[in-house]
Design a protein around this ligand. Structure first.
Ligand SMILES: Cc1ncc(COP(=O)(O)O)c(C=O)c1O
Length: 393
């Protein structure tokens, strides 16, 4: 399947692995920017349903803990003041959570701000960005805006990051975006393989920084997966991004953070600081850091069960999902993602956008509640019963 998939790419492997042309980068990147418009249109198309089922943006379907909501409401009396003290307090609480010092933590307006800051600070016209393709597009979109080179490294046949190819491509990079687990494919790399990759890159490419994105950390169930925070604290050229948007159900509040060596955090903080973070996001994060561990465990279990149910449903019908370690799944639906997406939207369900180079065969589906997934598979059944159009063959 790997070979077929790679051969099926609209661009040659060489053009991915080497610096991408503006056109190729456009293919990869344009969709992120189009997400709002795409889903806006699809919402309208979701006939007969005023509230479409959103399985499109990898959110926690139950939202945040009630204490987070209460804290956000209570903080509104602070709305007239800047949030400097609250930012210091949340920085200290995040540091405590990870057993590090406040100097090792930089808050961001979502981890998006961290991803952009890292791209801004560590890439240049001569030392570009390297990332798997596909990977979460934020860094590549931002590098592209700045006119910095981007190198995309194809995935393996299991749709995991190809660490050997990534290592070769990483030499001379300004920044490697190491998305683990990787969005949109949902697969993850184990701790020992990640450490080996990082050790090799750090030895062979002294000017390269690696940004390890752990947005879906809480949802990983595979044995051997590890956070790279301990390594980042030791090594100024590794930095980890985390977010409250996923398991903590706070995507709309916008808060995430970086953990790293104090020199790296200082460098990033000089470029962009806590100003874009609102009092509401800070109040929410403070409350989220205090929710009982049992609440997080329940969310992890809820997701794992609904994910297993949906993956089994597809596998039983001959549609192969990847080994998802996240709150979404990437499935070979044997037809263009757009056909599937449009068919689902007509029945009130929104699923993920196109993810080149897999847009002719794969769909990304976020995991809702078990009841939502049971409802969704009935729609999937009808949509997939339609013959695939010739283009997918
Ligand atoms: C891998 C990954 N990193 C980062 C983000 C950005 O999330 P946020 O800015 O909400 O923290 C996302 C969002 O979906 C993601 O999938």
């Amino acid at each position: 399947m790997a070979r077929t998939r790679k051969n099926a790419m609209p661009l040659s492997r060489r053009s991915f692995v080497q610096s991408m042309s503006a056109g190729a980068a456009g293919l990869w990147l344009a969709d992120r920017g189009r997400e709002g418009a795409l889903f806006g249109g699809a919402r309208l198309e979701a006939q007969g349903s005023s509230a479409p089922l959103l399985l499109s943006s990898n959110e926690n379907p139950l939202g945040c803990h009630k204490d987070v909501l209460a804290a956000v409401q209570d903080c509104l009396t602070e709305a007239g003041r800047y949030a400097f003290a609250a930012a210091d307090e949340v920085t200290a609480l995040v540091a405590k959570r990870h057993g590090v010092k406040p100097e090792n933590v930089l808050l961001g307006s979502g981890s998006t701000q961290i991803l952009r800051t890292a791209t801004h600070v560590f890439t240049s016209k001569t030392a570009g960005l390297v990332a798997a393709i596909p990977a979460y597009e934020e860094c590549a979109s931002y590098a592209r805006l700045m006119g910095h080179p981007i190198t995309g490294v194809p995935l393996t046949s299991r749709l995991t990051m190809d660490l050997d190819a990534l290592q070769r491509a990483s030499k001379g990079a300004g920044l490697v975006f190491y998305c683990n687990p990787n969005n949109p494919v949902g697969t993850a790399i184990g701790g020992s393989d990640t450490r080996r990759y990082l050790a090799d890159v750090l030895t062979q490419s002294p000017q390269t920084t690696v940004l390890v994105d752990e947005a879906y950390f809480e949802y990983v169930t595979m044995p051997g997966y590890q956070s790279m925070i301990p390594l980042a604290i030791e090594n100024p050229r590794v930095v980890v991004a985390r977010t409250f948007s996923k398991c903590y159900g706070m995507a709309g509040l916008r808060i995430g953070y970086a953990v790293g060596h104090q020199d790296t955090i200082r460098t990033m903080g000089q470029w962009d600081n806590i100003d874009p973070i609102s009092v509401m996001a800070l109040a929410g994060a403070k409350a989220a850091l205090a929710v009982p561990a049992t609440w997080v465990a329940a969310e992890q279990q809820r997701n794992a069960e609904a994910r297993a149910f949906t993956m089994r449903w597809f596998a039983d019908r001959g549609f192969t999902p990847t080994d998802s370690q996240t709150n979404f799944m990437f499935v070979d639906i044997k037809r263009p993602s757009k056909d599937f997406r449009d068919g689902c939207a007509r029945e009130g369900i929104l699923v993920g956008r196109d993810f080149p180079p897999y847009e002719a065969t794969h769909a990304r589906i976020s995991i809702g509640t078990m009841a939502e997934m049971q409802r969704a598979v009935q729609v999937f059944e009808r949509v997939l019963a339609q013959p695939a159009k010739a283009a997918a063959a």
